[in-house]
Design a binder for this molecule. Structure first.
Ligand code: TRP
Length: 458
């Protein structure tokens, strides 16, 4: 635990944390949730969730990480020695590992689709071809596995380089590229001939669609999108230097994440309306990304195929970048834990994590083909990893983080970290503690209950 590295600059710290937050969640979930839940009305609810639930938890994770300068499991042990709170940190490490195992499968698919786009394989295909292309590819035992290995190995090489030369350096390269691609894609999409309908659809608030369930799904989405609940941001914050303002950083990360999610909407809806395609609630997740959208891009620019080609290539590169920076943050949680707790070198820890993740990733991947019949609670292995991590582990982790920061931890530590030991002021401190003590835990309990389907609210 000697010579622990720090991010070399504030910008590096913000971009790394934003890289973790901006991921598949922004692209394959947020736009559709907006579409199905009343457009701008959902956006308003979502932003409130970010402010009232997301930011307090993010600040808590930042505070815990920066104060202890340790991996997320050790962090709780340091702040609450000889208590059971250490399990919150351990749960985080476990969740990161769990998420990684299925995230790398989808990340691998994005490489295949970037390749298909680059080699112009979407040209001339019709709506009926795309489900077939995807289903055959996902069920194939080889290609998805080759791509997932490629993806994890890519992540691995960033991680072994360390915090400054690996994570920070690559965040500073990949995130600006990602912004550039998003802006270009938005410009292309909103200037396409049929864009107006799609834009209006996103901007028109339909408050009649807002129900208890909408609010809960906005909360869940805010949580996942900000990478909260399992120590990702806590681990990154352990590399923040003492001068970094936690409040400002949290606000910047949340703004970047929300902006990219909104912009993803301004890519997807105008393209769909230009293509004359009505996005349905089922067009979410993998089916949106790999079946609906390649077709939408194909049809939207059918009068100018070269534009359709460039648009598809840029879009799948964007998805790769978004997935890569999130994968890096997940890998780092486990790597820092193993290297600090087992006193391993960073390299040894990273290799171990990479190999185990590849092995489990392969099993998740095969559950679309030969292992499709292996089910538990009627879910395939992949679905099980996905479902339990986002619906159980993350909310439970998030709830304990807020209880820890709101009830257990010495308020002075919290205040010192947030004000950088009195250098700045935090007039919102009382409100923050109130949210962490009451509102956040209650909200999360509601999310869990809703997702488990125990009571169907409203
Ligand atoms: N936030 C990322 C996304 O939107 C995914 C992610 C990365 C994540 N690290 C996380 C989610 C930690 C929850 C917790 O896709």
């Amino acid at each position: 635990m000697t010579n622990r590295e720090n991010f070399g600059s504030k910008l590096g710290a913000v971009l790394a944390a934003a890289g973790s937050a901006v991921g598949l969640g922004n692209i394959w979930r947020f736009p559709i949730e907006t579409g199905r839940n009343g457009g701008a009305a959902f956006i308003i609810v979502y932003i409130l969730c970010i402010l009232l639930i997301g930011l307090p938890v993010m600040l808590s994770e930042f505070m815990i990480g920066r104060h202890t300068q340790a991996n997320t499991a050790r962090a709780y042990q340091k702040l609450a020695p000889n208590t059971q709170w250490k399990w919150v940190g351990r749960l985080g490490v476990f969740s990161a590992f769990f998420i990684m195992c299925y995230y790398c499968v989808v990340a691998g698919w994005t490489i295949e689709y970037a390749m298909l786009a680059i080699t112009n394989q979407f040209a001339g295909k019709t709506a009926n071809d795309f489900p077939k292309i995807f289903n055959e590819f996902a069920a194939n035992p080889w290609m998805p596995i080759i791509w997932l290995i490629a993806f994890v190995v890519m992540t691995h090489f960033v991680i072994v380089k360390g915090v400054t030369k690996g994570i920070e350096r690559w965040s500073k390269i990949l995130m600006p590229l990602l912004f550039g691609l998003v802006v270009l894609l938005v410009v292309c999409a909103v200037t396409s001939p049929g864009a107006k309908e799609g834009i209006e659809f996103m901007l028109k608030p339909d408050f009649s669609k807002i129900t208890g369930k909408t609010v809960l799904s906005a909360m869940g989405q805010a949580f996942y999108s900000l990478s909260l609940g399992m120590g990702c941001l806590c681990t990154y914050a352990s590399y923040f230097d003492k001068k970094t303002s936690l409040g400002k950083t949290a606000l910047q990360v949340a703004s970047i994440d929300t902006m990219i999610a909104l912009m993803a909407g301004f890519i997807i809806f105008p393209a769909a309306s230009t293509a004359g395609y009505h996005l349905a609630p089922e067009d979410v997740g993998a089916s949106l990304l790999f079946i609906t959208l390649p077709n939408v891009f194909q049809q939207a620019f059918s009068s100018l195929p070269i534009l359709g080609y460039i648009f598809s290539v840029m879009f799948y590169l964007l998805v790769i970048l978004a997935a890569l920076t999130s994968m890096i943050s997940l890998h780092e949680v486990v790597t820092s834990y193993m290297s600090e707790e087992f006193k391993w070198t960073r390299k040894r820890a990273a290799i171990t994590e990479t190999i185990v993740c590849i092995l489990l990733g392969c099993i998740c991947s095969l559950s679309f083909g030969v292992l499709n019949d292996v089910r538990l609670f009627d879910m395939t292995i992949f679905d099980l990893f996905d479902w339990t991590s986002s619906n159980i582990f993350l909310p439970i982790g998030g709830m304990f983080i807020s209880l820890f920061a709101g009830w257990y931890l010495d308020k002075q530590i919290f205040r010192d970290e947030i004000t950088n030991y009195g250098l700045s002021s935090a007039p919102y401190f009382k409100a923050l503690i109130f949210l962490l003590r009451y509102i956040v835990p209650l909200a999360i309990i509601a999310i869990i209950v809703n997702q488990l389907g125990i009571v169907s609210l409203l």
